[in-house]
Design a protein around this ligand. Sequence first.
Ligand SMILES: Nc1nc2c(ncn2[C@@H]2O[C@H](COP(=O)(O)OP(=O)(O)OP(=O)(O)O)[C@@H](O)[C@H]2O)c(=O)[nH]1
Ligand SMILES: [Mg+2]
Length: 248
Amino acid sequence: MLQAKPKVVVMIPTYNERENIGSLIRDILALPTNYDLSVLVVDDNSPDGTAAEVTDAGSRDPRVHLLLRPEKRGRGLAGIAGFKKALDLGADYAIEMDGDGSHQPVFIPSLLDAARRSDLVLGSRFVEGGEDSNRPPHRRFVTFLARHFVRRLFSLPVRDVSSGFRCFRREVLEKLDLESLISTGPSVVLEILYKACRLGFSIEETPIVFVDRKSGRTKLTALTLGRTLYSALRIRRLYGRLQPGSRT
Ligand SMILES: Nc1nc2c(ncn2[C@@H]2O[C@H](COP(=O)(O)OP(=O)(O)OP(=O)(O)O)[C@@H](O)[C@H]2O)c(=O)[nH]1
Ligand SMILES: [Mg+2]
């Protein structure tokens, strides 16, 4: 009997990504893989009509799902809702990525390859072969500061601590206790990584080339940055300092 292909749900939180999302969905679904691939867009009712673009793509391809939320509630809550939905959809693996073109689908096969041996795979700019290309110097500086601050504060055994392009085995999402996460904004990326580490899951980094957003505007304002920093401190206090490789 033919064995069913493992199910992969690619989860993309979006806010005002109408100009980027259509081509991104097309490129993901065109990937040659041995997986049963689908896309889940989690949109916070973007005023630019991102959801209509996704609905349109879904009318042509049943592998496209939309989770439409009534209002803008932040990257963190969107991601948490998206992971829950991915589990409901029966994902064996869930990949999260940004919807602005910075994360390129061409790296999805290598994330999935690595996920055969590791529980959580990070698409990393800072391992050999990875790149943080063509972004403005101030944006790279923010990443640099975040990276060094977070690595020091959390003693995390990975290089690209703020990567939001990554692949989870189902078991990781099930054990994270998504309901209990405290992040509403971008700090969710760090909180999940830290919690997965504390739970003792194996983590691997695989190189990606990160490019600047294709079009549209960033949602990472100075206010969001300040809040993210504050959340990082709260997360650190809540979970305690990581003993590398420890199980709780
Ligand atoms: N659903 C939802 N998605 C969001 C929200 N805020 C940001 N996003 C999405 O999260 C992803 C990352 O946000 P970005 O604005 O690209 O933030 P960034 O990647 O840190 O910054 P730049 O790439 O420099 O713009 C994108 O796909 C956004 O559309 C939100 O409140 N709700
Ligand atoms: Mg971005």
